[in-house]
Design a binder for this molecule. Structure first.
Ligand code: TEU
Ligand code: CA
Length: 539
């Protein structure tokens, strides 16, 4: 039997920005429940819910202080149970975000751990003596500065790969691992659909050897987790792995190895930054390289013995049309092109909230408007090193995480219908035109392209299981491929650029299934308009 998540399309909800139900300016669980009919109309099968657990909110919930409680700003456990049940009624499963590389420094384990060297929880975290009065080594945090923080109380440093309020858990401790598995079972017993696993590639770390990701114990721990929690259950698990190669992705997702369903890989993320540097050092995207990476992940994974995910956006990366498309005169065309290219590929597609209506990046003029800890820390660190405010803001406006975190645009009412209070983060001023209400009222909107793509996947096994075959020699700007299953052959053609392009194919056109311009009637000597994309049955 095919696992449900192979036919599925998953929708990511960033709860803080989705829908406020009580006027405090912060999205909440009741707000999500109130929008389930909208998501059912789109046709999705599961929601990946970014964290709603109890948290001080230093990193918007990715700093958890209690895994078995809901943060009061998001509601109560009753609200959560209601969301799970109401979603189930609409055949939508709730996939929880599992953040177990680190906790908040306000988690009771860490509060205990830092009290004394012989505290029973000491070994739940990673503590080291100073070396010659300094940090134990050169490991750095993803949010700027050293990954080690000195704690006066006991005279040792603790490890934090993210903010210093996010101490890393010590997975070498079997008691800690068992506590995590118990917690996962608590959620599984509530009837959730699975887990998205935050930075899971870090849990096998060996900080003394400077090993961060893909450490020697990573896969053994995942097998152990599988065995103690989701093994034999109908759940989807997806690991966040910034450093996976296709071979590594197969290790995680080969069913015979009993680890995860699939991973998120991020190889295309580095294509618009300078080689070997951090994401803030900008470089223009080369479409040929983007195409190469997309094709690599379609052809170097053996989908008979592994699986993979497909996505353009999430809460950590900018809006794709602003980044690699055109969010002005070709906003609608480029959004539909990205949708068609991705949703016709092999793997499980993910849609990030707002992507389905073509929401765009939201530039700021001043650092005071920024909420994201990653951008704020980077800005202050580099200002001290002599970078100019303008260049730092340019990096933030291009790559900063707040771009994708502005409130969901539901209507042209004040604050985009997101809240009746003051939104926690500015609403993108373009909500007047770009919003769900407008999208639903326009049969030609981006929304209906997504709806149709989801339907095509649900109704046609070729989209789920067909082989991917690249059409070669189409140039850097055109990505064209077939999906093939038995005697069936589907063609997908996309102009990734805003130039007009020429393409001529020998296939006989039988039926255009979806397109973002008036459908072609012939595949010979085609002129592709800016960002034109379509899929068709061919012979
Ligand atoms: O992201 C992991 C991660 O590597 C990112 O911090 C990444 O370096 C950065 O976003 C690139 O811009 C996960 C979560 O998705 C993210 O929201 C959390 O902040 C992070 O883990 C810590 O939990
Ligand atoms: Ca609220």
């Amino acid at each position: 039997m095919t696992a449900w998540w192979k036919n599925a399309v998953v929708y990511q909800v960033y709860p803080k920005s989705f829908q406020d139900s009580n006027g405090d300016g912060i999205g909440d669980i009741k707000g999500i429940t109130s929008r389930l009919d909208y998501l059912a109309k789109l046709g999705i099968d599961a929601i990946w819910l970014s964290p709603v657990y109890k948290s001080p909110g230093i990193d918007n919930g990715y700093d958890i202080s209690d895994y078995e409680e809901i943060d009061p700003q998001y509601g109560t456990m009753e609200d959560m149970d209601e969301l799970i049940q109401e979603a189930k009624k609409r055949n939508i499963r709730i996939v929880m975000d599992l953040v177990v590389n680190h906790t908040s420094d306000k988690h009771k384990w860490f509060i205990e751990s830092r009290k004394s060297k012989d505290n029973p929880y000491r070994d739940y975290y990673i503590w080291r003596d100073p070396v010659e009065g300094h940090e134990p080594n050169e490991l750095t945090s993803a949010f700027s500065g050293s990954a080690w923080k000195f704690d006066k109380k006991t005279g040792q440093y603790y490890l934090h790969f993210f903010a210093d309020q996010q101490p890393d858990l010590n997975w070498k401790n079997p008691e800690l691992r068992q506590k995590i598995y118990d917690m996962m079972n608590f959620w599984i017993n509530k009837g959730i659909g699975g887990f998205r696993m935050d930075v899971i590639e870090l849990i096998g770390k060996d900080p003394d050897k400077m090993i961060r990701e893909n450490g020697p114990m990573l896969h053994p721990y995942l097998k152990e987790m599988n065995e103690h929690t989701f093994n034999g259950k109908d759940l989807m698990t997806v690991g966040e792995t910034w450093n996976a190669t296709p071979a590594i992705a197969e290790e995680y997702s080969d069913p015979a190895r009993k680890e995860l369903s699939m991973v998120f890989q991020f190889e295309n993320q580095s294509l618009d930054q300078q080689a070997g540097k951090e994401k803030w050092y900008l470089r223009k995207l080369d479409l040929g390289e983007l195409k190469k990476v997309l094709v690599k992940w379609q052809t170097q994974i053996d989908f008979n013995h592994a699986w993979n995910s497909l996505f353009w956006e999430n809460h950590d990366i900018p809006r794709v049309i602003s980044r690699w498309g055109n969010d002005k005169e070709y906003r609608v065309q480029s959004a539909k092109m990205f949708a068609i290219v991705l949703h016709m590929m092999h793997g499980t597609p993910y849609i990030y909230n707002g992507e389905e209506i073509g929401m765009t990046n939201c530039p700021v003029k001043n650092i005071n408007e920024v909420e994201d800890i990653e951008s704020i820390n980077m800005y202050h660190e580099r200002l001290q090193k002599g970078y100019s405010k303008n260049e730092l803001l340019r990096s933030i406006n291009t790559k900063g995480r707040d771009n994708a975190r502005t409130p969901m645009q539901w209507s042209n009412k004040e604050n985009s219908g997101f809240t009746e209070g003051t939104p926690w983060l500015h609403v993108n001023p373009n909500y007047q035109n770009i919003n769900v209400q407008a999208a639903l009222g326009d049969p030609d909107s981006i929304f209906y392209t997504y709806q149709k793509l989801i339907k095509l996947r649900h109704e046609n096994p070729i989209v789920v299981d067909g082989d991917f075959k690249l059409i070669k020699n189409t140039g850097d700007n055109i990505l064209a491929y077939y999906r093939i299953l038995g005697n069936e052959k589907w063609l997908v053609v996309a102009n990734l650029s805003e130039n007009k392009e020429q393409l001529s194919l020998e296939d006989e056109l039988q039926k255009v299934l979806i397109s973002n311009y008036p459908p072609k009637s012939n595949l010979k000597n085609m002129t592709l308009e800016p960002y034109e994309a379509f899929s068709a049955i061919v012979k």
